[in-house]
Design a protein around this ligand. Structure first.
Ligand SMILES: NC(=O)c1ccc[n+]([C@@H]2O[C@H](COP(=O)([O-])OP(=O)(O)OC[C@H]3O[C@@H](n4cnc5c(N)ncnc54)[C@H](O)[C@@H]3O)[C@@H](O)[C@H]2O)c1
Ligand SMILES: [Zn+2]
Ligand SMILES: [Zn+2]
Length: 352
């Protein structure tokens, strides 16, 4: 089969023929239809220090995907109680493989597992015709979630996990960063009943995507100030909820400066390194700041599928984050599009 592989330590990838993987105990084999690129895949291709510390080549990349179950290990039903899995079902996959034995895993908080490994980073991933994953990571999708939407469930899950931390009905929401995840978070905020959904970025292209997905006001912070925008919107006390989705220290400062007393801020964006925070304001304004990682297994997945099933508008808004569709054979075009910054989500079309 074809697989897009990090062949050895160093920059670059190679599309090569490799043997089809076979299921081991507790595993499921999936024929991949669509797979999304994420920032992680850019780091892995270019081979920075983080990539060098995470990956032992040769490794097939790809962790955001949708496909069809083609084989299930004999022990799966009894070992995991996943008797509902059947060959022929369509599914998305949670890319974090957890240990099942640490305290958080045993308490049902698998997204906080101490020993997580990742599909497409620590084990072969989905930029290939087939991928093998633990049966417990499979999320069977109903027919009304098509392959493209299904391939978005990893980043859509980051957006959902962050957006649903705090009730949104009637709240004013600030989202910093209009990458694919910030754009989808804007769509969820509208779906979940927020009043103003203000999204910031430095890229007009990306702010355009946020407008299309449901932001009520977008702000290029290179040109406009959030305090002016608050005045324009008739807001007098600051944002009630914040979602930090850029990883930029300046965005976090803007967030803290523009929130109401008692505001709740969920932080998903990963800063490159530590940075100073005005803790005096956090304390005296009694802000709640919560870090968010991955998706809740599997509560976030129920929320995603069920929200999409009830709203054609949300399905359209989430899908609108896809700006590029590229065949697996043309994979360098996908990386070039993703690196250009003039993009939302880039999806590899692997099979139909
Ligand atoms: N915590 C997790 O589990 C998790 C999972 C996936 C991604 N992430 C992180 O979440 C963030 C969003 O992911 P993405 O794929 O949408 O990323 P992305 O890098 O595509 O988007 C980030 C956006 O932030 C914008 N930005 C930069 N400086 C800004 C500023 N000062 N104000 C406002 N916007 C600014 C950039 O122009 C860019 O459009 C990234 O930091 C990513 O590393 C975290
Ligand atoms: Zn990802
Ligand atoms: Zn664990």
């Amino acid at each position: 089969m074809r697989a897009l592989v990090k062949p050895h330590a160093g920059p670059g990838l190679e599309l090569r023929e490799v043997p089809e993987p076979q299921v081991g105990p507790g595993e499921v084999k999936i024929r991949v239809l669509r797979a999304g690129l994420c920032g992680t895949d850019l780091h892995l291709e270019q081979w920075d220090d983080w990539a060098a510390s995470m990956v032992r080549p040769p490794m097939t990349l790809g962790h955001e995907f949708y496909g069809e179950i083609v084989d299930i290990a004999d022990d799966v039903v009894t070992a995991h109680g996943s008797g509902n899995l059947q060959v022929g079902q369509r599914c998305s996959v949670e890319g974090h493989v957890v240990c099942g034995m640490c305290r958080n895993c045993r308490a049902g908080r698998r997204h906080m597992c101490l020993h997580t490994s990742s599909v497409g980073v620590n084990r072969d991933g989905a930029f290939a015709d087939h991928v093998v994953v633990p049966a417990t990571n499979v999320w069977v999708q109903p027919d009304d979630i098509d392959p493209e939407l299904g391939a978005l469930f990893d980043p859509f899950g980051n957006a959902t996990h962050t957006a649903l931390q705090f009730p949104m009905v009637g709240e004013d929401v600030l989202i910093t960063g209009a990458g694919p995840i910030g754009v989808m978070a804007a769509a969820i905020a509208r779906h979940a009943g927020a009043r103003h959904v203000v999204v910031t970025d430095l890229s007009d292209f990306r702010l355009g995507l946020a407008s299309g997905a449901g932001a009520t006001r977008v702000v290029n912070v290179g040109r406009e100030s959030l305090s002016d925008v608050q005045r324009e919107l008739g807001m007098t006390e600051g944002f009630d909820l914040g979602m930090e989705m850029s990883g930029a220290p300046a965005a976090m400062k803007a967030m803290i400066d523009n929130c109401n007393f008692g505001a709740k801020i969920s932080m998903l964006g990963l800063p490159k390194e530590g940075f100073p925070v005005d803790w005096g304001t956090v304390i005296t304004h009694m802000l709640t700041i919560k870090g968010i990682y991955g998706r809740e297994m599997f509560e976030t997945w129920y929320h995603m599928t069920f929200m999409l099933q009830t709203s054609a508008a949300l399905r359209d808004a989430v899908r609108s984050v896809i700006t590029h569709r590229v065949g697996l054979e043309q994979w360098p075009e996908a990386w070039a599009a993703a690196r250009s910054g003039e993009c939302g989500k880039v999806v590899l079309e692997i099979a139909d």
